[in-house]
Design a protein around this ligand. Structure first.
Ligand code: NDP
Length: 477
């Protein structure tokens, strides 16, 4: 029988996705630009299901039942366009092309538009969970036409992760919606990892705990509200011992964080949407700073830290508990900001994204899978138009009850000279959000003085301008 679905691009992600499909009983046609990967897949894993190996794209297309469903899993960017260009002339009206790579959602919108004009369906599907997820069940975020999603749904929901019997896959919305949400997922992942790193750094340098001791702290945290994949693997990384030196693994790794770009995209897009995503922005900046070797070397030993009489006297267990609160509260801020950005994009592009459903499909399979995502789902179930997650009862209680601890941690970080940009930006956002009056009033005054940009009053409608260089009388603008 003809194959039900095809995968082209058989590096780690594509190979594992193809195996996942085959293991779930679907007939899969597979192809890769260089044949060696196709051969290796068939040789090593051919017994796992019904595969059809194709040497080129025409053979791949010929192997499929109609309407054809083809998943592209190649390097994001130009390679994806190259594959689409080669594929499109081989297809018939109604066929469905899925890009499961990490495309920028603007590219997905462009590609969807171009393929629609040719009578083809284009689905930009975010896939999270790394190679392990691709094989055993990722979180899948497909965007595109309802028709295309209905055709793919039985397969995608079967191969996705499941939590409580429910698939971690839902139709996110039209065109670029799926890839946008995947990008946001990665942005949140950046923020989460930065906050974890700051918690580690504070425990290490304020309390002087060793890496294995901190691993124990994270292990314990993983049994409470913080329970998540990232907290779990933090304990694992921190307890790893380097074989060649006997040192903690974390101490022999170069402290320069790399990035592939999805965090940066998230921040760039959020800037355009006008949504403050300070948690993600600080995470991206912190990675950039870590990799800025030239400036770090120039400053090391030149820019002094706190004087020795600024020594902190903190109780070990109390401080650990404070850091836990700071971590959780800062994390809630990052998620609140992330969901604000999804809502803003959904409004701007007319995607009509169900925010609660996004939290639900992130509960399993993906890198940010966590217990507290249930809380986000519940918050949006209570009020789909919640202006900020932070004002939902559960989240409000969590940040309000944790705020004293959070403040102590940010103060301790400043006193000890340990950088905590994520914790402090999150706390500033919290204080900014709840402030009755912000100093933005002064900024408006300055703008009016130097640029006649006008201002609004608290007591009367309309825009006004002061004649700053003349009689300083107020005039309606
Ligand atoms: P890579 O991103 O390393 O891409 C390698 C694959 O792309 C190979 O199959 C390669 O073929 C193919 N390729 C590259 N250029 C071309 C081209 N011009 N024409 C045709 N094929 C080309 O593979 P990954 O498996 O790591 O990732 C695949 C996609 O999934 C990417 O978009 C990535 O961002 C995304 N992703 C990756 C995750 C991960 O954890 N790695 C997680 C989630 C998403 P060849 O063998 O011939 O060189």
């Amino acid at each position: 029988a003809p194959a039900q679905i095809a995968v082209t691009g058989l590096a780690v992600m594509g190979r594992n996705l193809a195996r996942n499909l085959a293991r779930n009983g679907f007939r899969v046609a597979v192809h890769n630009r260089s044949k060696a990967r196709t051969d290796a897949l068939i040789e090593q894993f051919g017994h796992e299901g019904e595969f059809t190996a194709a040497d080129d794209l025409p053979a791949l297309v010929a192997a499929l039942e109609q309407p054809r469903k083809i998943i592209i899993m190649v390097k994001a960017g130009e390679p994806t366009d190259a594959v689409i260009e080669e594929l499109v002339p081989l297809l018939d009206e109604g066929d469905i092309v899925v890009d499961a790579g990490n495309a920028h959602f603007a590219d997905t919108r462009r590609r969807e538009d171009a393929l629609k004009a040719k009578g083809l369906h284009f689905v930009g599907a975010g896939v999270s969970g790394g190679e392990e997820g691709a094989l055993n069940g990722p979180s899948i975020m497909p965007g595109g036409s309802t028709f295309a999603y209905s055709a793919l749904e039985p397969m995608l929901t079967k191969i996705s992760a499941h939590v409580g019997g429910e698939p971690c896959c839902v139709h996110v919305g039209p065109d670029g919606a799926g890839h946008f949400v995947k990008m946001l997922h990665n942005g949140i992942e950046y923020a989460d990892m930065q906050l974890i790193a700051e918690a580690y750094d504070l425990l290490r340098h304020v309390l002087g705990l060793s890496a294995p001791e901190i691993a124990d702290v994270f292990r314990e945290w993983n049994s409470g509200d913080l329970e998540s994949f990232l907290i779990e693997i933090t304990a694992e990384v921190l307890s790893q011992v380097d074989e060649s030196t006997g040192q903690p693994f974390v101490d022999v790794v170069l402290d320069q964080a790399e990035q592939k770009g999805t965090g940066r995209w998230t921040v760039q897009v959020a800037l355009d949407l006008g949504i403050p995503v300070s948690g993600m922005a600080e995470a991206v900046f912190a990675r950039s700073l870590s990799g800025d070797v030239v400036r770090r070397q120039a400053a090391a030993g030149v820019l002094a830290g706190p004087s020795s009489d600024a020594k902190l006297d903190v109780d070990r267990d109390a401080f650990i508990e404070d850091v836990r609160h700071a971590l959780y509260s800062s994390k809630l801020v990052a998620y609140a900001q992330g969901f604000d950005a999804i809502r803003a994009a959904s409004d701007q592009y007319g995607w009509d994204i169900d925010l609660g459903a996004m939290a639900k499909i992130w509960r399993g399979g993906c890198i940010i899978r966590a217990r507290f995502l249930d809380r986000i789902k519940e918050a949006y179930d209570r009020d789909a138009n919640l202006p900020s997650l932070l004002v939902d009862d559960y989240f409000k209680d969590a940040v309000v009850s944790g705020q004293d601890a959070w403040r102590r941690v940010v103060a301790a970080a400043a006193t000890a000279g340990v950088p905590a940009p994520g914790f402090s930006a999150a706390l500033s956002y919290y204080d900014g959000l709840r402030a009755e009056r912000l100093p933005a009033a002064l900024i408006q005054g300055l703008r009016d003085l130097f640029g006649a940009h006008t201002y609004h009053r608290i007591d009367r409608e309309g825009a006004f301008h002061l004649d700053w260089s003349g009689d300083r009388k107020e005039q309606p603008a």
